[in-house]
Design a protein around this ligand. Structure first.
Ligand code: HEC
Length: 92
């Protein structure tokens, strides 16, 4: 029983470690991408920007990623979302 508990706690901890988005990695991915081919970073800060919550930011990053052949994995998308939010959007 005790071993089971330790195992479960361990698995939970591992999951949080994996699920935590990493804005530093997001910045690297973004810098290495062709994201700025179509729009500048001003698209992220302009007064009439369309994205106003994190879910919308994530789906927009997915849509834009689909226009490129980067094919980011799910966790990479989340890293880029975390970076864009930290650097530009500042959403909660
Ligand atoms: C093929 C052209 C194209 C590429 C490449 C592209 N985007 Fe976009 N993106 C657009 C268009 C078009 C819009 C919507 C018009 C606008 O807001 O300027 C947009 C809007 C956005 C927005 C929302 C701006 C707002 O209004 O808040 C984000 C965030 C974004 N792009 C992120 C990215 C990221 C990250 C990448 C790289 C994976 C990327 N884009 C690559 C065309 C592109």
């Amino acid at each position: 029983m005790k071993a089971m508990l330790i195992l479960c706690t361990g698995l939970l901890l591992m999951q949080t470690a994996v699920a935590e988005p990493d804005p530093v990695n997001g910045q690297k991915l973004f810098a290495a991408s062709q994201c700025l081919n179509c729009h500048g970073t001003d698209a992220f800060t302009k007064a009439d920007r369309k994205v106003n919550d994190l879910a919308a930011l994530e789906s927009q990053v997915r849509r834009c990623d689909a226009n490129l052949d980067t094919n980011w994995f799910d966790d990479e998308i989340k890293d880029v979302v975390a970076y864009l939010n930290q650097a530009y959007y500042k959403l909660q």
